[in-house]
Design a binder for this molecule. Structure first.
Ligand code: MN
Length: 241
């Protein structure tokens, strides 16, 4: 059996083929026979609240609920695009919410699970924004706005993010090795799985003299990307649209 991980799908009405791929994959034998499915953040391009009545959230909820109903637990950890996703939607979608930085035993090995954005410690501008938008008062204020106003705000945030990504050096937007080591040491693990950077890879390295592994999930912009962990190891692969 396998434990499956996906992240950074950035589902959006502008990319219907990726939404269709997500639905198709969640209906596949691989998923329906998995030990668990983990979604480590940025499932959607923008999340404006669990009360969003658009089509996309309904389709996502139907897809994840069917996996849960088939007996496969679905875990969701928020990313920097969907941090407003809350218990009401999780309930409808049959998803169990996870805090960033949770340690789960994955196929017998304690594994630190993160979205990955907190590891990008060189990006000071982003870290300041993150601190603001994760405050409960700020979130409550946003969620109290009418849906249309929140949609407009999300569109603007997306433009700001594009401008920031375009003007920030590649190295700054990757994880910092010291932050990775500190997080793994703090959690007491030798394996970390995260997304966010859109740089899919399995990194084997030494942490305090012991073999350690950092696995980075890929994004779903052009194709799908899945990590499958079995007792025999971890494998990353793409999914054709
Ligand atoms: Mn992200």
């Amino acid at each position: 059996m396998a434990t499956l991980f996906i992240s950074d799908l950035h589902l959006d009405p502008s990319r219907p083929s990726i939404t269709a791929l997500f639905e198709h994959y969640l209906g596949s034998e691989e998923v329906r026979q998995a030990d668990a499915l983990y979604i480590l953040g940025d499932l959607v391009e923008a999340w404006i609240g669990d009360d969003d009545d658009a089509e996309l959230p309904q389709r996502i909820a139907a897809a994840t609920r069917a996996v849960n109903d088939a007996g496969v637990p679905v875990y969701f950890m928020a990313g920097n695009r969907d941090f407003l996703l809350g218990p009401a939607f999780a309930e409808r979608a049959g998803m169990r919410l996870l805090d960033d930085g949770t340690v789960h035993e994955i196929q017998g090995r304690p594994t630190l699970l993160m979205h990955g954005d907190v590891l990008c410690t060189d990006d000071l501008a982003y870290q300041a924004v993150r601190q603001q938008v994760r405050q409960p008062q700020w979130q409550a204020q946003i969620l109290a706005m009418p849906l249309d106003a929140r949609r407009a705000l999300a569109a603007r945030a997306r433009e700001d993010s594009k401008a920031h990504t375009g003007s920030t050096m590649e190295s700054i937007m990757d994880v910092h090795a010291d932050a990775v080591a500190a997080a793994m040491r703090h959690a007491g693990v030798t394996r970390l799985i995260h997304g966010h950077t859109h740089r899919p890879a399995v990194h084997d390295f030494e942490l305090d003299g012991a073999p350690a592994q950092r696995i980075v999930l890929g994004d779903w912009y052009e194709q799908g990307s899945v990590l499958s962990v079995t007792p025999h190891g971890a494998s990353l692969r793409g999914l054709a649209v």
